[in-house]
Design a protein around this ligand. Structure first.
Ligand SMILES: Cc1cc2nc3c(=O)[nH]c(=O)nc-3n(C[C@H](O)[C@H](O)[C@H](O)COP(=O)(O)OP(=O)(O)OC[C@H]3O[C@@H](n4cnc5c(N)ncnc54)[C@H](O)[C@@H]3O)c2cc1C
Length: 450
């Protein structure tokens, strides 16, 4: 069940991504499912969502859970993202959220997002693992002076309507306290979240789930899903799981063949990361790079970057729609020249790592949590709009709560329910390509205005 619409090179479940995170973590021994096991809850996907659901089911409700991942635990986006704990997981503006879901539900959404951003440190402390946290809060940097009015307006709404602590930095303050790259015309600091080591975080949650009694299996792709009376039979490459309930936690790696209720609803998109060699203190001083907090710029097609613990810079971007080798090379080159343009004193610095992964966008533009209407024993939590470090483990927790307390999934309206199915699912890459062209044009056009 791994048929997908992106290039096959993105689905090599038997290979680990050559990322900085994989290079700086010690993975525990893995188990592969090789027998028939029976459980209350089977979870498809061993990333943040699946591992967190398993931990909360086992720890908070004493409910047995079996997690199945096609690759290693944390093989997907959870083990290869930027490690930005930032909010909200939404591609809608505040005004759009309020129009679509109402003020009260938008308030609930922001309150839940703030709560989600506290989960990494809370879980690390409760369960005794290291997430290697860095920085305090995160920045949106105005890559052009004309983006500052919008940031000011956003800060005002966040503070006054949604009680999200944040403040505006004018260009001088940003350049003297964060960095002085060529695209630093002021910014917004949201005092929520931080940076972390995402693979350490994911393995930390998974390890805690295992200690609490959950069973986690790697290299165990679900290849067949059948009903057996009221139960579900999930067949993997080497074994079978019989379960009363199933949680779909496959996010951007969701195959259209996994379950008809989710088919054609997720838009997988590639995100790419470059990491420099370790920089000297003098090299960082050249760009007055002082902050360990994550930074995202104001482009529609954003660049995101942060300092790593060993003074490397991580630089991320989207823009590749197919994922084949040629387009991967093209985006890698574009990213390295954009890095050199934005941080000119670092232009001759080499990169030690490049990797990529798949995020889940959808027409809903906000996350999707719930139960399939036609099959209420199947739960889903996915579609984090490229923003799941805070939200995915929180979503896993909410789904576990629903199962543990025998209620429907209770989430703020922006996070509830399935996204609409794409009219022509096979045209998703073309639709994304068209959207990226439009975003590049609007970014270029806006940049030309005074
Ligand atoms: C390069 C990159 C950078 C990112 N940066 C950030 C960031 O800085 N901040 C942020 O908030 N978000 C970021 N994201 C998004 C974030 O990583 C995701 O939203 C989040 O990890 C989703 O977690 P998940 O557990 O739902 O999905 P995933 O971690 O993707 O896990 C899904 C799992 O399902 C498994 N699977 C799929 N099909 C099957 C099957 N049939 N059987 C068994 N297993 C299956 C896959 O192997 C995979 O491991 C980034 C993503 C990428 C790719």
């Amino acid at each position: 069940m791994t048929e997908t619409i992106l290039d096959k090179s993105l689905y090599r479940f038997d290979e680990r991504e050559p990322s900085y995170w994989e290079a700086t973590v010690t993975r525990p021994a893995e188990r592969i499912l090789q027998s028939t096991v029976s459980t209350e809850v089977a979870i498809i996907g061993g990333g943040f969502t699946g591992s967190s659901a398993a931990l909360h089911l086992a720890r908070d409700y004493g409910i047995g859970a079996v997690v199945l991942d096609a690759g290693s635990i944390g093989w997907g986006a959870s083990g290869r993202n930027g490690g930005f704990v930032n909010i909200p997981a939404s591609k809608l503006s505040v005004a759009q959220l309020v129009r679509r879901f109402g003020l009260e539900e938008t308030k609930r959404f922001f309150a839940a997002s703030v709560e989600a951003s506290k989960l990494p440190k809370a879980l690390a402390e409760e369960e005794g693992f290291d997430i290697k946290p860095q920085g305090r809060g995160w920045y949106t940097v105005a890559h052009h002076p004309n983006r500052m009015p919008k940031l000011r307006d956003y800060a005002d709404r966040l503070q006054n309507h949604f009680q999200v602590p944040c403040r505006i930095l004018e260009a001088d303050e940003f350049r003297s306290t964060v960095h002085n790259g060529t695209e630093a015309f002021g910014g917004l600091h949201m005092d929520v979240g931080h940076a972390l080591h995402p693979l350490s975080y994911c393995l930390g949650i998974a390890g805690a789930a295992e200690r609490r009694g959950a069973e986690l299996y790697s290299s165990s792709p679900v290849v067949k899903w059948e009903r057996e009376g009221s139960r579900h039979r999930l067949v993997t490459a080497g074994g079978t799981v019989l379960a009363d309930r199933v949680i779909v936690a496959t996010n951007g790696y969701t195959s259209d063949r996994l379950h008809p209720s989710i088919a054609g609803r997720i838009l997988p998109a590639i995100s790419n990361i470059l990491v420099t060699r370790p920089l000297s203190r003098e090299e960082l001083a050249g760009q007055n790079w002082l902050s360990e907090s994550p930074i995202i710029n104001t482009r529609t097609l954003v660049y995101y970057y942060r300092l790593l613990p060993d003074r490397r810079i991580l630089f991320g971007a989207r823009g590749d729609v197919s994922g084949n080798v040629q387009s991967m090379e093209k985006i890698r080159q574009r990213m390295s020249s954009e890095f050199a343009r934005i941080f000119p004193t670092l232009r001759s610095v080499s990169f030690d790592y490049f990797w990529r992964g798949v995020v889940a966008l959808s027409q809903k533009l906000t996350p999707s949590l719930g139960q399939f209407e036609e099959e209420p024993s199947v739960y889903y939590a996915l579609g984090y709009q490229a923003n799941g470090v805070a939200t995915a483990p929180y979503a896993g927790k909410l789904v576990a709560k629903a199962i543990g307390e025998r209620q429907r999934v209770s989430a703020p309206l922006p996070m509830a329910g399935l996204p609409a199915r794409f009219l022509i699912p096979t045209a998703r890459p073309a639709a994304l390509a068209a959207a990226y062209t439009w975003y590049r044009f609007t970014d270029w056009y806006q940049d030309r205005k005074a």
